[in-house]
Write a protein that binds this ligand. Sequence first.
Ligand code: ZN
Ligand code: ZN
Length: 152
Amino acid sequence: MLMEASEILRGGCLCGAVNYAIRLDRLPPVYACHCLDCQTWSGSAFSIQCVMPEDVLDVAGDIEIYERKTPSGHRSLQRFCAHCHARIFNTNSLRPGIAVLRAGTLTRSDLVDVVGHIWAKRKQPWITIPDSVPSWPESAPTADFAVLVMPR
Ligand SMILES: [Zn+2]
Ligand SMILES: [Zn+2]
């Protein structure tokens, strides 16, 4: 049973078998990643995601896990809907207890604003990042990125 949450804090997969609610007062800041992995995995131009403590993410439904070893040797556990295979969130042994949510699965993804862009050197050429939004050619320095994306 999912908790009540405002619409912006809810989401789910394509087929409806998986739903989630975020137990926070507001949506954590969303960032975009333009790296090749994100393009390949999403089949799109970039990914959008936000980070939060795993225990505030209240997920209901059949989840399947795909484990991937990252280039740095950590374990990335990707959570999919077991039926339609929409990717919902992942955790990483590099950052225990932190969930990275695919922001495109939010019910009101149309309200999402992006606070920063990483791997901009790999972005598709038709995408123009506004001057007012921070971007980094590759991964952002950890301290800068934490300030930008931590739930506030
Ligand atoms: Zn599904
Ligand atoms: Zn990426």
